[in-house]
Design a protein around this ligand. Sequence first.
Ligand SMILES: [Zn+2]
Length: 228
Amino acid sequence: MDYLLKNCDFVLTWINDEPKVLRNVDIAISDGLITGVGTITMGGFEKIDCSGHVVIPGLVNAHTHTPMSLLRGFYDDAELMTWLNKMWSVERELTRDVIALGSELSIIEMIMSGTTAFIDMYHYPDVTADVALKYGLRAALGSTFIDTLRKPSCVENELRNFVSTYGKSQLVRPLINVHSIYAVSRDTLLRARDLSNELDLPIQVHVSETRDEVYESKRRYGMFQWST
Ligand SMILES: [Zn+2]
């Protein structure tokens, strides 16, 4: 589909590595690529009136748990570990259908705020990946190591399947999620590192979120932070 964004009041862009603001221009888009910026009069496009609007590059949500939009307000204002234990007890029960609904809500909200890419951590990443593809968002996500909920061998098998299914996708980028150093064993951390090297995937992990975690890390590993 070809689109023509007409009469954009402001366009925030980069020209020759410099930020630039353009005023009152049209933007032509063909097959998903910007093919013209300026005063464009040629036909054949579906026109979208952008007067009164600002056009910017898509925003990136650098860390989220999309299905958790369904748990907003469910158990607020608790200390992290108390809160997590409560969440995990609920999340054990979430089905793929429920996770799809939560991801869809979050993705619609992201689109409404101009976000076009996100990095996710949750169970059933294939479900969220399919919703992202349905709406045309970029998503980096993958299976999550969390020994308190799932066997590491099951997570690894799921991850390998996820990579073989989505590894060549233009919009979905597989990664390895490790929930945190307190939710997995040292063996699982090393397994994630080895998988990262073998499959050439980045790792996403929560670190140093609380003072307790920092000192527990020092007690268990002799270091304040995880280092491979
Ligand atoms: Zn998080």
